[in-house]
Design a protein around this ligand. Structure first.
Ligand code: CP
Length: 318
């Protein structure tokens, strides 16, 4: 991942982080390099980071449940010296009394220096950014985008493989509704990465994404089952999202088709690294958790370093 001596990129201070497609390959690589500064795998002591953003306030507005994203943002902000305000459930706010989304954002904007928002509605983070004067980070806007997840996924691959160009990444599960895999596929397309899509035909990667990959000259393959001879550096498993199905019968027919059970160990033994954005329901058997190539918990931990880096960058403190 190169050295620690980062050439400063001028265009991060004050920037919104709404859509992974707003970031060039060079910018993504810069964020990954910056995250190394916060990762104990690369630095002996992170004491010098404790005061980076002292005096600044992060507002965390979670209109939808979260464990990893909310708690890692809370941790990241505090690790670089920030204070935190916000809510995990809008029921405890004046939204309950009928206050509008825009007014809520306007108020929180006046109390904080950066605003992180998760909301079930697509484009809600963009709408918040139109109202707010301070930078806005999209922490997931329904089925649309979750850019900091994509960045931590890229960081995990870079850290594990030591490179991005030349690797092969298989994406499996719900490729139709999964926001994570859509954004990840587009981000991977900046690099010389072969992509393999594995899903039930009704949950295949939408044609609009495949067309973009084709226009960018990305090599890809599609399978309706997990190939016996899968040649991949990473298999990225995803949850079939019940909440995105209009027809529950369709969900029931599909939900158990792509579960990874103990038999997946032979792929892990062969060197395939297993990733998952989490939370999982039943799509990865916990019996696989102790395998060194089951890296989904390490992946979630990497979110902390990416989020420390992003907060510090958009506050102009590094
Ligand atoms: N991966 C992810 O976004 O997890 P949470 O929903 O727990 O934040």
């Amino acid at each position: 991942m190169g050295g620690f001596f980062l050439k400063k990129m001028k265009n991060f201070k004050g920037r919104d982080i709404i859509d992974i497609n707003d970031f060039s390959k060079e910018e993504l690589l810069f964020i990954l390099k910056t995250a190394k500064r916060f990762d104990p795998a690369f630095v002996k002591s992170d004491r010098s980071n404790y005061t980076i953003a002292q005096g600044k306030i992060a507002a965390l507005l979670f209109f939808e449940p979260s464990t990893r994203t909310e708690q890692s943002f809370r941790s990241a902000a505090q690790k670089i010296g920030m204070g935190i305000i916000g809510f995990s459930d809008p029921e405890g706010t004046s939204i309950r009394k009928g206050e509008t989304f825009s007014d809520t954002i306007r108020i929180m904007d006046s109390y904080a220096d950066v605003l992180t928002i998760r909301h079930p509605e697509p484009l809600s983070a963009k709408k918040a950014a139109e109202v707010a004067q301070i930078p806005v980070i999209n922490a997931g806007d329904g089925p649309n985008q979750h850019p900091t997840q994509t960045m931590l996924d890229l960081y995990t691959m870079m850290k594990e493989a030591g490179k991005l160009d030349g690797i092969t990444v298989a994406l499996m599960g719900d490729l139709r509704y999964g926001r994570t895999v859509h954004a990840l596929s587009l981000a991977l397309s900046h690099f010389k990465i072969k992509q393999i899509f594995i899903s039930h035909p009704s949950l295949k990667m939408p044609d609009e994404f495949l067309k973009i990959l084709e226009s960018r000259g990305v090599e890809y393959a599609e399978f309706d089952h997990l190939p016996e001879d899968l040649e991949a550096d990473f298999l990225y498993q995803t949850r079939v999202q019940k909440e995105r199905f209009k027809d529950l019968e369709e969900y029931k027919k599909i939900k158990d088709k792509f579960i990874l059970d103990a038999s997946f160990k032979r792929y892990l033994d062969k060197g395939v690294k297993l990733m998952h954005p989490l939370p999982r329901v039943n799509e990865i058997d916990p019996v696989l958790d102790s395998h060194p190539n089951a890296i989904y918990f390490a992946q979630a931990k990497n979110g902390l370093y990416i989020r420390e880096a992003l907060l510090a960058l958009i506050l102009g403190r590094i």
